[in-house]
Design a protein around this ligand. Sequence first.
Ligand code: ZN
Length: 165
Amino acid sequence: MEDNPVKLMEILTGEKNPILRQKSQPVEHLTKEVRDLIMQMKRIMNDNNGVGLAASQINVSLRVIICEVDNKFYAFINPEIIKFSKETSSLEEGCLSLPNIYGEVKRPEKIILRAINSDGTKIKLKAFGLLARVIQHEIDHLDGILFIDKAKNIKREMQRTGGQI
Ligand code: ZN
């Protein structure tokens, strides 16, 4: 993929960026604007070869996250983790909002998520592995938390191609 500075500018970056550090607000009504936001987020995530994105990363302070794991796309509105497993796993994460930074983050291996999907249906989802990790990383964004707050062995290196959340 060739560099496109216009596309990259759509994603807010910086560990001290005040917008990335604020708590996002719940979605009260699932309007066309919210559905359009999800489509815009999907385009930006795909253009940047990401596997997840939170609305706050594109300067929209609403509790909306998306992810794409194993070629399956998910959009979650007002997501809430209602159960975390005691079992944890550690994996290196990166983030589209923290280019060139990587670090190992320990997170619960399995979660149960409650959310609203883009059809407006209330859902409950059990997730494990990468999907559970991406969901936790994105919900952290909604609370102003960045992965480097939790990471160990932080590395700063040249940008890799894709896989950031
Ligand atoms: Zn991120």
